[in-house]
Design a protein around this ligand. Structure first.
Ligand code: AMP
Length: 285
């Protein structure tokens, strides 16, 4: 495995591999790698000739009061994990090179960025799309892999790829969870012992609502029950949203005829830690 920090070098390597007609698979990450990231690497490794993983804590996707500075970083551990996952190139650019003096360009995916996480984190998805498009332009992958854990992000990246005619297949990997159901996340290290013991309440609340949707109960009832379970847990300090939406369009779902797949997604705070998760209820189709 080769570690690259230079953008120019990464660009040259991407061009060279493309010219040799090999399929490049790409997994963008912010590092502090865990089993969720590894599952995406495994998917890509199976389908592609060359596997590129990036590690970049992207400053422009963090709000001014968010955790950019304290976001966990451990390049040594990450490179050992990437090596084990048979990554060919680990791309770790520096923020000052990604956003040099006079940097002015951003990508906005309108509408989809106004709901769910976008409401609470203005500018977040613009930061995500901008860095992902930059990374795509540098690496030039044929396929890029994203986790369903960040469902809205996946939907927005798919929209961007379609809207901007990117010749890149956007592929999704299932959410990898801890034994108790908590979705694995680099941010889980922020949780103290008691918070960690209670964190699976998020997943449980999604399932509670999901069970009611499957029983054809009204959407509002399912939402109320899910929110109720979260509110009854004293370690949940805030609920940013608990939404039931069409999994394709992300528009609110009003009836539970289950014609299409339904997304149940929520974001909560446990103290200073923000957790997100979602499940999909499969429609009849
Ligand atoms: P991050 O490093 O948190 O920006 O995540 C990098 C990629 O890994 C994104 O596409 C995430 O959706 C994905 N990812 C993060 N956690 C998980 C998980 N528990 N299961 C599957 N994919 C994940």
């Amino acid at each position: 495995m080769k570690i690259i920090t230079s953008i120019k070098e990464a660009q040259a390597i991407g061009s060279k591999i493309r010219a040799s007609h090999k399929i490049i698979g790409f997994v963008p990450t912010m590092g502090y790698l865990h089993r969720g990231h590894l599952s995406l690497m495994k998917l890509a490794r199976k389908k592609c000739d060359v596997l590129v993983v990036s590690i970049f804590v992207n400053p422009i996707q963090f709000g001014p009061t968010e955790d950019y500075k304290k976001y966990p970083r451990d390049l040594q551990h990450d490179s050992a994990m990437a090596q084990e996952a048979k990554v060919d190139y680990l791309f770790c650019p520096r923020a000052k090179n990604m956003y040099g003096p006079g940097y002015s360009t951003v990508v906005n995916v309108n509408r989809l960025d106004q709901i769910m996480c976008g409401k609470q984190r203005p500018g977040h998805f613009s930061g995500v799309c901008t860095v992902v498009l930059k990374l795509f332009n540098i690496i030039k992958p044929h396929q890029a892999y994203f986790g369903q854990k960040d469902y809205q992000q996946l939907a927005i990246i798919k929209r961007m790829a379609r809207d901007l005619n990117l010749e890149i297949k956007i592929l999704a990997g299932k959410t990898v969870r801890e034994k108790d159901g908590l979705a694995i996340s680099s941010r889980n290290v922020y949780l103290n012992r008691e918070q960690r013991q209670n964190a699976a309440v998020l997943y449980k609340s999604l399932h509670l609502a999901g069970g009611l949707i499957l029983d054809r109960q009204p959407v509002e009832k399912a939402r109320k029950e899910g929110v109720g379970l979260l509110k009854s847990n004293r370690f949940v300090t805030a609920i940013d949203y608990f939404d039931i939406r069409d999994a394709q369009t992300l528009k609110p779902v009003l009836d539970t005829s289950l014609k299409n797949d339904i997304l149940i997604a929520a974001a909560i705070h446990m103290g200073k830690t923000r957790l997100i998760d979602n499940i999909i209820i499969r429609g009849k189709k």
